[in-house]
Unconditional design. Structure first.
Length: 399
């Protein structure tokens, strides 16, 4: 039987949504109507699933989720990968009775976050149904005294078992770890632990390891747990080899740019692949060839971000926007060189800012590095697209 999800007409008049972009409105509709949704407005969904349903890349998804959380529209549990759409249950649950109780009971059985259950319960207006929510909260408290089921092990990976088997067969993914003067063969364990339903011991990581895992999460839109041993050990091994924190971040930046929009390779943006001894050494060599370009691009992104913030615009970076920015930088570099100007990054930042300040309403309304790149010559020559189009419409009116 087909599932339907109601969208209240008040969605279009919600004052919290007045200043967000059409793309963000579309994303909110996706959160309310995608195949993972439930009538209670609480359900489990991964970043990659949201990216698949919305057709946005994981970095954009992560950015939009943060914005929605700031607005108080949703809460996303990065541990259990559960989302709570605040107030949704008051529109979707509009009748009582045993069938509705059974449906809610079934939906609640998959939820681990007690706070989300309590939030959904607050908005239910049908007498008797809140008792079902209270039952689930009591069951969770009685079984594990926590906000999620302890038998659930979050490795931070949403990777098919077949792919992990291929990785495990790769000799480069096997690492010798020296412990107490004895060598033991260590193979990435995440999926084996899940399959065998074994509980992985967790420990508080040193600050530098926590920093690296959080940096990886921010760069890729992932939710790797900084306290998961199978993540920690690869990073600790590289740091013990003498690698610097910034060097590991550099590898994350490079591979994220390279793989984030590649459906096959994006699955390998994880600690056990990025920081595997043999692979990491190769990545560091590759970074030596492109590192300066990546650092320069990140500096230019800050210039754009400041401009976007000052003009209160909605703009989200993705791989295509970054590529367009790099093309803009290359064109500006040629122009600066032909004029004998200072070629330093400091001056490049000044020149890029001058380009942004020349944008007219057309570019501000449709702000995008791709559009600016396509029309860079017109912008530099002071030609206004909006005025040009007004002139074309005026000429057409006389035909």
């Amino acid at each position: 039987m087909a599932k339907y999800r109601p969208v209240p007409v008040s969605f279009w008049t919600n004052p919290d949504l007045e200043d967000i972009s059409p793309e963000n409105m579309y994303f909110m509709l996706m959160l309310m109507t995608n195949p993972e949704t439930t009538s209670i407005g609480v359900y489990r969904i991964t970043i990659r699933q949201m990216a698949f349903y919305s057709k946005y890349d994981p970095i954009a998804v992560n950015s939009i989720l943060t914005r929605f959380e700031d607005l108080g529209l949703i809460v996303y549990d990065r541990e259990s990968k559960e989302i709570c759409i605040k107030g949704y249950s008051q529109y979707s649950i509009n009748k009582g009775g045993k069938p509705m109780e059974d449906l809610i009971r079934k939906e609640l059985s998959d939820i681990r976050n007690i706070d989300f259950i309590k939030t959904a319960s607050k908005y239910v207006k049908i007498n008797g149904l809140t008792d079902v929510f209270d039952e689930r909260i009591k069951d969770i408290n009685d079984s594990c005294h926590d906000t999620y089921d302890e038998s659930y092990i979050d490795t931070g990976d949403d990777i098919d078992i077949d792919i992990d088997k291929d990785i495990d067969k790769d000799k480069d993914n096997i690492e010798i770890v020296e412990e107490e003067n004895s060598s033991t063969l260590s193979v990435p364990e995440d999926n084996y632990d899940n399959l065998k339903n074994q509980k992985e011991k967790k420990s508080s990581p040193p600050p530098e390891i926590f920093e690296i895992i959080e940096y990886l999460n921010d760069a890729t839109g992932s939710k790797f747990n900084p306290e998961t041993n199978s993540h920690i050990k690869f990073i600790r091994a590289r740091l013990d080899d003498g690698a610097k924190v910034q060097e590991l971040k550099d590898v994350i930046d490079m591979k994220a740019r390279e793989w984030i929009n590649d459906e096959k390779m994006s699955k390998y943006l994880r600690p056990q692949t990025l920081f595997n001894k043999t692979k990491y050494e190769g990545y560091r060599e590759d970074y030596g060839k492109v590192g300066n370009k990546i650092k320069a691009t990140k500096r230019l992104q800050v210039v754009v971000d400041d401009f976007v913030s000052d003009n209160k615009m909605n703009f989200v970076w993705d791989a295509r926007e970054i590529e367009a920015l790099e093309q803009i930088a290359s064109k500006l570099k040629v122009i600066m060189q032909s004029k004998g100007e200072d070629m330093s990054m400091d001056n490049m930042e000044v020149v890029l800012n001058q380009v942004l300040e020349r944008l007219d309403d057309f570019y501000l309304d449709k702000f995008s590095m791709k559009i600016i790149n396509s029309n860079l010559n017109s912008i530099l020559n002071g030609k206004s697209v909006s005025k040009k189009r007004e002139w074309e419409r005026l000429v057409a009116s006389f035909d």
